[in-house]
Design a protein around this ligand. Structure first.
Ligand code: GLC
Length: 741
């Protein structure tokens, strides 16, 4: 008798549940993980929660490891994977992780630069291209995107972040996650993303890395947690716990963060990996008396996999025996790891694409990196429309970053190569011809304190029509553990720019940095300033195109650009205070008459030697067009709790050059049960405008877009009045008003 197909399938499913071999086509990662868990010994479970730095073939072949990181030789990665899959008892594949932060062999701009493109689609494409290269390099997991909100440019890791805004950072987080986890050659499910560092790591006091992060609970919900939520909701398979402590609880041991927020509030079903030895650092924090207690507190908080330290390996069996850790808890941790491995398709294809160096630096990947560098550069000043330059000019190329391949790759570019990088000098020589480029660096590196090269630089300037000065920071001056208390240009770079300006020749200052640097002493001395950040492998061609109009600047700041280190932290979405300073209030300190009484100054929320606003605000950036905003329209004056408001305006380019404008939507909750930021970004759109062209740009707002954490810690919108802007940046725009009733 012919047995109906469905009963065979049913039988196989039941059998599979017990044998752990479920038909892949009809089982979820969770079902498959549970079936596998049922077959695992305690030792094999403890193996899965361990990530080892550097190869360990015995651990791989005996199933005593769940992941390796930084296995830089693809052949060794493949060997370890084969040992795990083909020799261990259960054949559970390995996660092979790497910091693919902004590209792999093709280095993209630092994430802060990519964020300044305000181009989610481009960011997604770039992440996918980086993942495709990393997959060829033997990796199936990247410890990226880093989405920590950073309001303090002294913090070295601002370079890796998307900046100060929760809404934009959440959109960029989603774009990167989608890019990493999208189909690519040899990896139909992509590679696993890792949203980090959860949470609030960027709020380090004084910008000192690893420092305490005093974040009030409402600000934690409404600002700092938003980007991680954006990445998780986009489907990130993994999250990394952060080094810092929040209100006395280190994130790596925080049940509130790792279980209550991540799993219970957001429904996260992936896996949490610690940061480098952050489990055993619970003892250094004074949160655990020894490594055994650190392991107990981390695993009970919700930390699934221990990176590089081995307290889980050393103490888990003992903790289980004593009952301080239950088998149910260990099972939950292992299930999370197995779900990721099934979701990634590693059981179907543990090996991924064969290594092939020809898959690196593909023309389309280099073009993506270059476009990202072009769109991520922010034109801060362009007096007299000096830029774009005509191609007939002779330029003096000066500055320590003009021909610094290693530096332009930026921080966290371990798989990039200096030899691949095209520097501004090289690109300008190609674009203009060597005879019209006079090169004299003036300084040999960014911290160079010797002025011996100034004479040659000044001489070059005098022979040229225009001076292009590439100044900034060496890559090691930003990134992890590389925070700076003084964020002016290092070395004698300010003096160099002053000397160049003194020649009377027009100077274009191009800043290649890992952060916004305080250049208040130079701002009035040069007619044009382009913030390029560390632009990666193709920074040179990108900058040459922007300077000569073969590309048009469209970048917008995602960080407030400080006038001085002492202004930090400085950010646009601040609270009003009871005495906000307005533009007319500030009296420059040198103008304060002598002998004044203590009561002579303005009693405003401001220093007396600098105003409380940045040199350039969040969202700011110039184009080569002449952009105007008009005809703000609101679809209603009030909306109900189930309503939708459409806000629109007309954007016009009255200039002679095409431009792409990043149109921004901001709101202010005029008053609430708690104080609210003076502005919050709630939308943005890149709009291309031909000369003379106008376009109507519309945004929609719903009550849930206005949600915040109330005085009783409940989250949601609140009735009241709101101000709304459609704007070119966070300090201006067309203003309207509506109410939520
Ligand atoms: C580092 C960083 C983290 C990185 C990890 C692995 O200390 O904090 O961002 O992913 O270790 O390299």
């Amino acid at each position: 008798m012919k047995t109906p197909r469905f009963s065979l399938l049913a039988a196989a499913s039941v059998l599979g549940l017990f044998t752990g071999i479920l038909p892949a086509q009809n089982a979820t990662p969770d079902e498959r993980a549970r079936a596998m868990l049922a077959r695992m010994t305690t030792e094999e479970k403890i193996g899965q929660i361990q990530q080892i730095h550097g190869p360990d073939e015995a651990a791989a072949s005996e199933g005593r490891v769940g992941s390796f990181l930084n296995i830089v030789d693809p052949a060794i990665s493949m060997k370890l994977q084969r040992e795990a899959v083909e020799q261990s008892r259960l054949g559970i594949p390995l996660l092979l992780g790497r910091d693919v932060i902004h590209g792999f062999r093709t280095v993209f701009p630092i994430p802060l630069g990519t964020a300044c493109t305000w181009d989610d689609d481009l960011a997604r494409e770039g992440a996918r291209a980086a993942a495709a290269e990393a997959a060829v390099g033997g990796y199936n997991w990247t410890f990226s995107p880093m989405v920590d909100i950073s309001r303090d440019a002294r913090w070295g890791r601002i370079a890796e972040s998307f900046g100060e805004d929760p809404y934009l950072s959440a959109r960029m987080a989603a774009a990167f996650v989608e890019g990493y986890q999208s189909p690519m050659p040899g990896r139909p499910k992509g590679i696993a993303a890792c949203v980090k560092h959860f949470g609030g790591y960027g709020a380090a006091e004084a910008g000192r890395d690893y420092g305490s992060t005093p974040i009030p609970p409402r600000e934690l919900n409404d600002v700092y947690l938003k980007p991680y939520e954006g990445g998780v909701k986009a489907g990130a398979l993994t999250v990394m716990s952060a080094f810092n402590e929040l209100d006395g609880v280190p994130c790596t041991g925080s049940h509130f963060l790792l279980t209550e927020v991540l799993r219970q509030r957001w429904g996260f079903e992936g896996m949490v990996v610690s940061d480098w030895e952050s489990v055993v650092e619970l003892t250094t924090h004074g949160f655990a008396k020894d490594h055994r207690e650190a392991a107990m507190r981390a695993i009970n908080a919700g930390l699934d996999m221990e990176m590089t330290s081995h307290s889980y390996r050393d103490y888990m069996a003992d903790l289980l025996a004593s009952g301080e850790v239950s088998m149910a808890t260990l099972d939950e941790r292992v299930l999370a790891i197995l779900r990721v491995k099934y979701a990634l398709g590693l059981f179907e294809d543990p090996y991924g694409p064969a290594f092939d160096a020809k898959k690196y630096l593909l023309p389309e990947t280099l073009a993506l990196a270059q476009r990202t560098a072009e769109e991520g550069a922010v034109l801060l000043k362009n007096e007299g429309d000096l830029l774009p330059l005509g191609k007939g000019v002779t330029v003096a190329v000066v500055g320590p970053l003009a021909d610094a391949a290693h530096e332009q790759l930026g921080t966290w570019a371990p798989d990039g190569r200096d030899a691949d990088a095209v520097t501004p000098l090289a690109a300008l020589r190609v674009k203009l011809g060597a005879d019209r480029v006079i090169y004299a660096p003036g300084l040999t590196y960014s911290r160079d304190a010797s002025t011996g090269g100034f004479a040659a630089a000044v001489a070059a300037a005098k022979k040229a029509d225009v001076v292009l000065c590439f100044a900034g920071e060496e890559s090691l001056l930003s990134g992890e553990a590389h925070s700076r208390a003084d964020i002016t240009l290092p070395g004698e770079q300010e003096a160099l720019v002053q000397a160049l300006a003194a020649t009377g020749k027009p100077v274009v200052l191009v800043l290649m940095t890992g952060r916004p640097v305080a250049i208040e002493n130079l701002r009035g001395k040069v007619p044009a300033i382009l913030a390029a950040f560390h632009g990666g492998t193709m920074a040179g061609p990108a900058l040459a195109n922007l300077l000569f109009g073969d590309a048009s600047p469209s970048g917008r700041l995602t960080v407030s650009w400080p006038m001085a280190s002492g202004q930090e932290p400085i950010y646009y979405n601040h609270k009003s205070s009871g005495r906000p300073a307005s533009y007319g209030d500030f009296v420059p300190i040198e103008k304060i008459p002598q002998g004044q009484l203590q009561t002579s100054l303005g009693f405003k929320n401001s220093h007396i030697d600098l105003p409380p606003w940045p040199a350039w605000p969040f969202g700011f950036g110039l184009t080569y067009g002449k952009i105007g905003y008009s005809d703000l329209e609101l679809s209603a004056k009030k909306i109900g709790m189930d309503g939708v408001l459409t806000v629109s305006a007309t954007v016009t380019n009255s200039g002679a050059r095409a431009a792409t404008e990043v149109v921004q939507l901001y709101v202010r909750d005029d008053y609430g049960c708690v104080t609210r930021p003076v502005r919050e970004l709630k939308g943005y759109e890149r709009v291309s405008l031909a000369p003379g062209e106008s376009k109507k740009v519309s945004f929609t707002l719903r009550p849930e877009d206005l949600s915040f954490t109330h005085i009783d810690m409940a989250m949601g919108p609140e009735k009241g009045t709101f101000t709304v802007w459609i704007a070119p940046d966070s300090a201006s725009g067309l203003e309207g008003h509506f109410s939520l009733e």
